[in-house]
Design a protein around this ligand. Structure first.
Ligand code: FE2
Length: 245
């Protein structure tokens, strides 16, 4: 399905996040990526699909395997370019002509019932406020496989919850205000770093796989992550190139 750019822009502006479709032409790149991963990590997959990766890998092993897969996929020079082209109209609309991208693409693997995961948080001020995060699932995500987003207008309330004392306050808050019930392979979530998000314990019987990476305009204010250590230039306008930094 084609993306309606104006609609996406409006929704992003209103909520701070939006679900979009990957450009059809580039969907095959993600399918190939999965093929490469499966081939390289044959031993770990043991013929299981991505969804059933947990059948042969324990909680103890998963982080080491995940790091190995991250190293492996980041050796592919084309990966960033492919991700960019798969969402080009949206990224260009959001960020303009001078764009920098996170150097190393991240990968989250959330196996059923694994409790180790980031807590309720937002990425600012470590990340720049002027940044977008792309969260791209490699499998269909339903119910608790989905990352839950809190709308921009709930920011103050979310902050209060964060400073509260009740042990189950995050679960209660997210049950009421968490958005995004389903995201399919072939889609992506685009969100602003200043939006709170929460990763529930995966209560389904399938493993969730999702890439995540950050992009911002070269000339917008930075957080604590700087250009040379954390990002690299993805594209630059002719006039910026002429006087390039
Ligand atoms: Fe985050």
């Amino acid at each position: 399905m084609e993306n309606n750019l104006k609609k996406i822009e409006n929704e992003f502006f209103k909520k701070g996040f939006v679900k979009v479709n990957l450009q059809k032409k580039y969907f095959s790149k993600y399918k190939n990526l999965k093929k490469f991963i499966k081939k390289k990590f044959k031993k770990e997959f043991k013929n299981n699909d991505f969804e059933y990766f947990h059948k042969n890998v324990s909680f103890k092993e998963i982080n080491k395997v995940r790091m190995d897969i991250i190293n492996f996929i980041n050796k592919n020079q084309k990966l960033k370019e492919n991700i960019y082209f798969s969402l080009k109209p949206i990224i260009d609309t959001m960020l303009g002509p001078d764009i920098i991208i996170q150097k190393s693409i991240n990968l989250g693997i959330q196996m059923p019932e694994d409790t180790s995961r980031p807590l309720f948080h937002k990425d600012t001020p470590l990340s720049s406020y002027h940044e977008i995060v792309l969260w791209i699932p490699l499998v269909d995500c339903v119910k608790s496989m989905c990352m839950l987003m809190v709308e921009k207008k709930m920011l103050k309330k979310a902050e209060k919850i964060l400073n509260g004392k009740q042990k189950d306050r995050f679960e209660k808050f997210i049950k009421k205000h968490g958005k995004l019930k389903e995201i399919k392979f072939g889609q992506a979530l685009v969100f602003n770093t200043n939006n709170y998000h929460y990763i529930p314990i995966n209560k389904t019987n399938t493993t969730r796989w999702a890439l995540n990476l950050r992009l911002k305009n070269l000339f917008t204010p930075y957080g604590e992550r700087n250009l040379l250590d954390y990002y690299e230039i993805l594209k630059i306008s002719p006039i910026s190139k002429m006087y390039s930094i």
